[in-house]
Design a protein around this ligand. Sequence first.
Ligand SMILES: [Mn+2]
Length: 334
Amino acid sequence: MLYREAPDPEALVTPPTPPFLPPVRTFFQCPPVFQPGAHRLDVALMGVPYDAGAMTAFIRSGTSRGPDAVRAQAVFAYRGGRYDGPGEPGEACAGWFDVEERRVYLEGAHLGDVGDVPITGGDTHLNLDRITAAAETLAATDAVVAAVGGDHSISFPVGRGMSRYEQIDIVHFDAHPDFTDVIGGSRYTHGSNLRRLSELPFVRNITMVGIRNCAKDVYDEARQRGIEIVTSKDLVTGDPAEVIRRTVPPSENLYVSIDSDVLDGALVPGTTLPEPFGIDYRTLRTALAEVAGKGRVRGFDLVEMTDLDGGVGSARVAAWVLAHFISAIVEAER
Ligand SMILES: [Mn+2]
């Protein structure tokens, strides 16, 4: 017989047990966290559905829908083969098999989804302060703080929440430097976030990676302040792992900011400003893994995903970035 016997027709109409999937959608179907600190977490994931940092009305936004678009793309199931809802609070990850590396990642790791920072309308500083408070709360539990945006302006309030560390070094993956002091009269746009981070007293070194659209005055100013700028071309014409080894100094405490537009625009049409001549996915994965090996990643953000491409392709790319980077971070700490 070529095929196994037809299943029992009863089994086709009997739903799995329990009869309903839980009304909760989390990153990778990891456990929801209702009380940060109640269970030990290696990585605490939070959504930051804030998009009021988009510079002007002519820039399409929609990044406030980024966290849920990424949650909907569970590229691996936390409990192994079961895509039947999130794990129980405190439950360890079954691990996921990376067929390309022929190995399992995240087995026994503890991830948790704390939900979204409550964002409200019309009050920039109220929102930024809430985002910082959320990041501080999670950092205090010793978990790696993983913020999923939202537009890139959230990097500043999330990074500001890393104040418990004496010194933080920043690695910034982006097509753009985001280092303009004031844009249209505002200091808190998604084009000023690195500038604001650079002003925090505990921020030491900054490395920008994947830059390819940068005004000369911004470039000169960043270089004058000792910021290393690695272009997309530097990465693709060299060995990306070697480039990172050479340009990112070792660090006790790293904060990594990943704008999804660091990838070539063809890969992420659902980012706010997709740019051509960007890096490919493998280059980004390699570079991020190398960064994770440079020291302890205490927090990171992944930003600028929209659902303007239908909420599938770019969000799925972002979910993979998240999975691969978290895997590299947990691996580096083992
Ligand atoms: Mn950016």
